[in-house]
Design a protein around this ligand. Sequence first.
Ligand SMILES: [Zn+2]
Length: 238
Amino acid sequence: MFHNTHVYIASKLYNSADELLLVGSILPDLAVTGIIQWEGGLHGKESVKSFFQFIQGNSTYLNLYKGVYAHNILDDFTHQNYQGEPGFAYQNNKELVQLVKRFYDLDDKGAAGKAHNYIESGVDILLLKEHPEVQNQFRKAINQVDKPQLAYLLSAYFKVDEAKFLVAILQFFELFTKYDFSKQENWVLFWQDLEKLLVLKDIGDKNRKVLIDKSLEIVKNTYQDFLNYSLTEGVKQV
Ligand SMILES: [Zn+2]
């Protein structure tokens, strides 16, 4: 899922708006900057376990770990297994995958991957219509968190240069705060940024809007159930 849905679920699962928890809930997707890997960075059971072992000795950062953990719970329902079927973001996607395939010149697998990100965008958009406060909570957390400290911690864990980590963190936070995500039209701009970061073809505003509209159509009747399921099932895991 995208950042607002991750923040929402983490804050509900732990009943807290602690800034480290909320920042942790988006942290695995720092991979979008290339500073950490998607698989093996902060995604997946093994990664989460080894991050916990690292954080254990530093209780100040326990909430950061909890956020990462909550992120992985939601990703599991989104990508792997939702009510016995493939993850939520891979369901009812046939038409969308065809459009993505055509617009971006991708093969079937690549198109399903990007279509899943559009479906996630649809969930974020609808969530913010109902819970606009989530975006404010998130911005507040980003403002409050000590970025150089975070860069120091993560550089020690990943054994990557601290200054490089700080640049990546700032770029990552900027990406997720530069637009008012409660305004649907801004997702077209956000996707233009993502295309650059993910080395995708620039498909233009019109096509991006078609994909966003399609994703909203797909999730509008199901996203509420998905969020409820993620909370009721997720809470059993925290
Ligand atoms: Zn993720």
